[in-house]
Design a protein around this ligand. Structure first.
Ligand code: SF4
Length: 199
């Protein structure tokens, strides 16, 4: 099989607890949600084998890898990829919209860090992930606070963050600030990469 990818690049993690960490980002194509404000390119641009992917990652010279999307839990071959990265000593994080649980994607047990970012625009798609290292909710709707409270009951995590919504470059800090005031012990995910002009 081949991995359907959008891009592979090196950058700083801009969100959550690992902000500032230098990582290789592997963006898997495809997503099961259609968030109206989504600015992520999720269409496949190329397909490569496991060996080619590992070689690309190695060439970028960081020992941390972020598997992102799109929605990486929907991609094929993830168990093999995670096993191969572990064998080579990489620290692995995954960014997921939380609609797949450990039963659907058992390889999640073997990554080092799970950042769950459930979306208020889920519609009828259920949240199935019940634990993560951090949870990040985008302040994209007037009912963000209600959604955050619901998510907190569904996903056990160490840290909970509100991220400002980015609508085509217009970052809505005010909505994030308002949500944080009501939520009390949630933190702001500042999106460091955007502030510093990293991709
Ligand atoms: S879950 Fe993420 S990648 Fe998928 S549509 Fe929503 S914002 Fe875009």
């Amino acid at each position: 099989m081949k991995y359907r990818l959008v891009e592979i690049f090196a950058s700083l993690q801009g969100e959550g607890r690992n902000s500032g960490r230098q990582c290789v980002f592997v963006r898997l194509a495809g997503c099961n949600l259609k968030c109206p404000w989504c600015d992520t390119d999720i269409a496949p641009r190329f397909s490569i084998s496991l060996e080619e992917l590992l070689s690309e990652i190695e060439s970028l010279r960081h020992k941390s890898v972020v598997l992102t999307g799109g929605e990486p839990t929907m991609a094929e071959g993830m168990a093999e990829l995670v096993a191969a990265l572990k064998e080579r000593g990489y620290w692995i994080a995954v960014e997921t919209n939380a609609t797949c649980g450990f039963d659907d994607a058992p390889w999640l047990e073997f990554v080092d860090y799970i950042a769950a970012s459930p979306k208020a625009e889920l519609g009828t798609v259920p949240i199935k992930l019940d634990r993560a290292d951090e949870v990040r909710v985008v302040a994209s709707m007037p009912k963000t606070v209600d959604f955050c409270r619901k998510v907190r009951k569904m996903i056990v995590a160490t840290d909970y963050y509100v991220s400002p919504c980015d609508r085509g470059g217009a970052i809505d800090w005010a909505a994030a600030k308002d949500a944080l005031k009501e939520l009390g012990d949630w933190s702001l995910s500042v999106q460091l990469h955007k502030i510093l002009g990293f991709r």
